[in-house]
Design a protein around this ligand. Structure first.
Ligand SMILES: [Zn+2]
Length: 232
């Protein structure tokens, strides 16, 4: 037994870690998510399926290359608990781990082989200061680990904080988010195939606004990957 393992086990004796998917105590070798939850992730396999649900949602709104989501966002599911941990409980690691798994799956599709750069949907600096991090950036860190592509978190920013949009209709939401993003360094992005990453896609309004802002840069191509999509 290594010193590191010894101290890890010793630490766990007094401060056990719990699975962010099901809440059971993690055993040695498990990290953040238990093996059973990993095996039961509600995978979509959309990356292997053109004209999938996410692409249908965004069709005619974003001229994407490919668009996909890693899992179905079912209520009460492992992935819902995990994303709740990522967004509201300060659990960055779960984003990195799920991002890494999503990145591995994207490698199975030739459509994502020519990605040049990974970009998270930015959150407003005020929100980021409050949460301590951008949850989509944590997902990107995992995707980067698997895909070995550069991550850019500075060229594309959010300039307007939109917080209470949940009750508005799709159209007014879109009007609301239209100008909330800005490309501050187009030279870093021109001629690139960008993989835009978000946590959950529901109506697609945020992705639509973000992608169409990025597409103003010369000769940019966009693909989209979200950790989960609402199953409707
Ligand atoms: Zn679990």
């Amino acid at each position: 037994m290594s010193i590191k393992t010894f101290f890890k086990d010793f630490f766990h004796l007094f401060y056990p870690s719990y699975c962010c998917g099901c809440g059971t105590t993690l055993v040695n070798g498990e990290n953040i998510i238990c093996l059973q939850c990993l095996q039961n992730l509600p995978l979509t396999r959309f990356h292997l399926q053109k004209n999938n649900m996410v692409e249908k949602t965004l069709m005619g709104r974003i001229p994407y290359q490919r668009a996909t989501a890693f899992c179905y966002f079912q209520k009460g599911s492992i992935i819902q608990h995990a994303i709740h941990q990522l967004k509201y409980k300060g659990n960055r690691e779960v984003g990195v781990i799920l991002g890494e798994l999503m990145g591995q799956s994207l490698m199975d599709s030739p459509d994502f082989a020519d990605i040049d750069i990974i970009i998270p949907i930015p959150i407003h600096p005020k929100k980021q200061a409050k949460r301590g991090y951008n949850q989509s950036e944590m997902i990107c860190l995992g995707v980067q680990k698997s895909m070995h592509k550069p991550l850019d978190t500075t060229s594309f920013v959010r300039v307007i904080n939109t917080s209470s949009q949940t009750k508005k209709t799709r159209y007014s939401r879109w009007k609301n988010v239209e100008d909330i993003f800005q490309v501050v360094n187009p030279d870093n992005l021109k001629n690139k195939h960008i993989l835009l990453i978000d946590d959950v896609i529901t109506t697609g309004s945020t992705l639509e606004a973000a992608a169409n802002c990025l597409l103003k840069v010369d000769n940019v191509k966009i693909s989209i990957a979200c950790l989960a999509c609402a199953n409707h």
